[in-house]
Design a protein around this ligand. Structure first.
Ligand SMILES: *Cc1c(COP(=O)(O)O)cnc(C)c1O
Length: 383
């Protein structure tokens, strides 16, 4: 980007209805938000269990600030590894049924750090076409031969695996796809990983907290295996921030020694670990939250059955209504906003061209009344 090109490039984005704008929240995250001074019923966040503003998590974080202070002050390896962080990592490993876990600052950082520590020049990575952008960036940064297979197309993946001369291979997938809401064929992927001697890297950003009674895709599909590397984020259903990677003691030790986004960054605030511990407890004690989301998913899908709108197949809280052009999707989102309902229009490059969509994100924070209001608004704007 040349300095002279900034303004025209932004104008071009606007002309294609692709200019992104930020809207200031004046309220906590939740089903009802105040955005730019106006109240909305929102179906936009990944706070699937309604934990981002949960009293138990807030209390845990407040108490931890009193006990541990605010900042970590150093990277984990230098002087920033707090006992409460150790406790959170042990609890996360236990929750997903692994030997050990390691917390990263974000899912983006975890993907970059872990993939670049497992594969490098001369190795090969195989990635689903619809993987999250952070996984793609990680694969590029690893300098391994980076090959993408058609979405959930096992035959295509196998053909690529058959041809690779690389000795170390890694297959990377989202467990639940972030913009479509469908799930990867995980058992079949593990079978391929075994047959072709590859790692299987699972990004469970959207399954953790929901699948497997809240324990995530690893538990839902019983995928515990030495070649499976599990990553889940803690800023979505868990309601806090950060991410963790789980696997064997040896894997975690290797990451502590080589994952650059773990080593060369200041540890996150210790109070975050306390909130994560509280989040796991709520997930365990308030199972009704998962049931509530399931009920909302059923309600929306039943309503959409006889509508002309195209709803992608998904049993996750991510329900994507395909609109088509950017302009139409942006227009629908604006019409919904006028009715007090906030649903983001997701456009390329986040999704393939021509598949601009409304991404409806359901949460346990929503009530049955909220769902009724959503359906009424959709009914009106679909006309
Ligand atoms: C959100 C997301 C990430 C990034 O996680 P952050 O903690 O938000 O950085 C990674 N992978 C997938 C599939 C995601 O949806």
């Amino acid at each position: 980007m040349h300095p002279d090109q900034l303004e025209p490039a932004l104008a071009a984005l606007a002309a294609e209805h692709r200019l992104r704008q930020r809207h200031a929240l004046h309220s906590p995250q939740g089903p009802r938000v105040n955005i730019d001074g106006r109240d909305y019923l929102a179906f936009a966040s990944n706070d699937y269990l309604g934990l981002a503003n949960h009293p138990a998590l807030k209390r845990a974080m407040q108490q931890a600030i009193e006990q541990w202070g605010v900042g970590a002050g150093a990277s984990e390896l230098v002087a920033g590894h707090f006992a409460i962080q150790q406790q959170a990592e042990a609890a996360l490993a236990d929750w997903v049924g692994c030997e050990a876990a390691l917390v990263f600052g974000s899912g983006y950082a975890a993907n970059l750090g872990v993939i670049t520590s497992l594969v490098g020049r001369g190795d090969a990575v195989f990635a689903d076409k619809l993987n999250h952008a952070s996984l793609n960036d990680a694969c590029v940064l690893s300098r391994a031969d980076f090959q993408r297979f058609r979405h959930s197309d096992l035959a295509h993946l196998e053909a690529l695996l058959q041809k690779t001369p690389a000795r170390t291979r890694l297959i990377a997938v989202d467990a639940v796809y972030s913009m479509d809401g469908d799930e990867a064929p995980l058992r079949e992927l593990l079978a391929l990983a075994e047959r072709y001697d590859a790692w299987l890297y699972l990004d469970d950003a959207h399954g953790f907290g929901l699948l497997g009674e809240g324990r995530g895709a690893l538990v839902e599909y019983a995928l515990h295996h030495p070649r499976v590397v599990y990553m889940a984020t803690l800023g979505k259903a868990a309601g806090v921030a950060g991410a963790f990677v789980a696997g064997s003691h040896a894997l975690v030790q290797w990451l502590v020694n080589t994952a650059r986004t773990y080593i060369f960054t200041t540890a996150h605030p210790p109070a975050q670990a306390a909130a994560i511990l509280a989040s796991l407890q709520v997930m365990q004690q308030e199972g009704w939250r998962r049931e509530q989301v399931q009920q909302h998913i059923l309600t929306l899908r039943q309503f959409m059955q006889d509508k002309s709108l195209r709803l992608l197949s998904s049993r996750s809280p991510i329900q994507a209504i395909i609109i088509g052009t950017n302009e139409a999707a942006v227009g629908m989102a604006a019409a919904l906003r006028e009715r007090g309902v906030w649903i983001p229009a997701i456009r390329p490059p986040t999704v393939p061209a021509g598949t601009a969509r409304l991404r409806v994100s359901l949460s346990a924070g929503h009530t049955a009344g909220d769902l009724a209001a959503l359906l009424a608004a959709l009914q009106q704007v679909a006309r």
